[in-house]
Design a protein around this ligand. Structure first.
Ligand code: 5GP
Length: 112
């Protein structure tokens, strides 16, 4: 079971911002911005590089949920960034696809 599956199963507590039948969003334990939420599919896709055509609907659902998560987290008006880390150099540490939603301050570009 991945760490995020354990959060989905409520075996590990998390500050949940949004949930529906396919995705869960909860606050990151180590926030990199005033608002830092992780949006994860309930069905495990390890990483975006391993997504298949069969995941198309789930991935579309995940992306379409992001603006609602941002609204609920209070950053819709100011703006926010979506980030998906893939693999070692991408900074991926949890092998369960997740979209970071960051906001609450101006975010620099390019990322360091
Ligand atoms: P990645 O580095 O894989 O893109 O992102 C994994 C994220 O999961 C990190 O930002 C990290 O802070 C977060 N994280 C790791 N363990 C936990 C946890 O137990 N609870 C929560 N809410 N976030 C976690």
């Amino acid at each position: 079971m991945t760490l995020f599956e354990r959060i989905i199963a409520r075996q590990i507590p998390a500050d949940i911002v949004y949930e529906d039948d396919q995705v869960l969003a909860f606050r990151d334990i180590n926030p990199q911005a005033p608002v830092h939420v992780l949006l994860v599919p309930k069905r495990v896709v390890p990483r975006i590089a391993e997504a298949t055509a069969g995941d198309q609907s789930l991935l579309g659902h995940l992306l379409l949920a992001a603006p609602e998560v941002a609204r609920r987290a209070g950053i819709a008006e100011g703006g926010y960034r979506l980030v998906i880390n893939n693999g070692r150099d991408g900074g991926e540490t949890v092998p369960h696809l997740h979209c970071h939603i960051l906001g609450g301050r101006p975010l620099g570009w390019p990322p360091g």
